[in-house]
Design a protein. Structure first.
Length: 299
């Protein structure tokens, strides 16, 4: 299987590593000296300067900076191969909708949290109503700083939590209210309320928190199920007890999410089912983030 990789930055090198581990031949588009060095070190089958120089491909993975996604996808989609694009699909609702309409069946978004074993367990708990009727979802994704100079942290962090809502509750919630801290045109903190079908999603993302937190809570009538950190391999369920909450630990071992989503894409190229998330879902996520930014008073 020949899978082209466009972009070999700090995250792209991990994508290259996992594609090679899955047995793929991976030609890489790398423009900077640093990216070329990472591609060579990671075992790229070839290193080229532009998309036009790529060989015949079975699939393409796009891992360029968010602000360049739309332009890059306009280049790679004419190659005719299925495309797996890092989240978010773009940072603009119009371009995202246009791309999704242009390639609805062969453009997919890399939402790695939809492949997290703990998130999968939360989805089962919700679907099977193990804790009764679902009331809502609370997600917290905060830390200090944003290593991505092209877009602010809302575009980097919020897509993760919206994809978790999509996976756990089966639908993307609608933006209802939001507040943000703005430094010029850049959001450094966002707190938001979204609504689904009889459930809510409370979302908090920040690049101004001294404590790094990645937490997901599924609130139900009969208790709360929580994934306390992205690296945890268990979900904790809390129910009311006579002397306080009663805890149950559910082990959730499994493949690392990045490897799992790339495996799904490679298997799709070999005739398997399409990976999560579709281009339409990716475009809807972009539109929802744009709505949140508007509600939060984007300058």
């Amino acid at each position: 299987m020949v899978v082209g990789l466009v972009g070999c930055g700090g995250w792209g090198r991990h994508i290259l590593r996992d594609l090679v581990a899955l047995g793929c031949e991976v030609p890489v588009v790398a423009r900077s000296e640093e990216s070329r060095a990472r591609a060579e070190e990671g075992g790229a089958a070839a290193i080229v300067a532009d998309v036009a120089s790529l060989p015949r491909l079975d699939g393409v993975v796009v891992a360029t900076p968010t602000a360049s996604h739309a332009e890059t996808l306009e280049e790679v989609l004419p190659l005719g191969a299925p495309v797996f694009c890092e989240k978010p699909l773009t940072d603009n609702p119009e371009s995202a909708a246009r791309l999704a309409e242009h390639a609805p069946d062969r453009l997919f978004v890399m939402d790695k949290w939809r492949y997290h074993p703990g998130v999968a367990e939360l989805a089962v708990i919700a679907r099977e109503r193990r804790l009764g009727t679902v009331a809502g979802l609370r997600t917290v994704r905060v830390g200090w700083g944003n290593p991505h100079p092209d877009v602010d942290m809302v575009w980097i962090l919020a897509p993760h939590d919206l994809s978790i809502a999509l996976e756990v509750l089966g639908a993307l919630p609608r933006a209802e209210a939001a507040a943000a801290q703005w430094l010029g045109e850049e959001a450094t903190h966002l707190t938001a309320l979204l609504r689904g079908d009889r459930w809510w999603h409370a979302l908090e993302v920040s690049a101004r928190s001294a404590e790094r937190i990645r937490r997901i809570e599924l609130h139900c009538d009969g208790g709360v199920a929580a994934l306390a950190d992205g690296w945890d391999e268990h979900v904790t369920v809390f129910r009311d007890g006579p002397d306080g909450p009663v805890e149950e630990r559910i082990e959730t071992p499994g493949e690392l999410p990045l490897l799992a989503e790339l495996r799904a894409f490679v298997e799709h190229l070999d005739g398997g089912p399409p990976p999560r998330s579709s281009a339409a879902e990716g475009a809807a996520t972009v539109a929802t983030i744009a709505d949140l930014r508007r509600l939060a008073g984007e300058p």
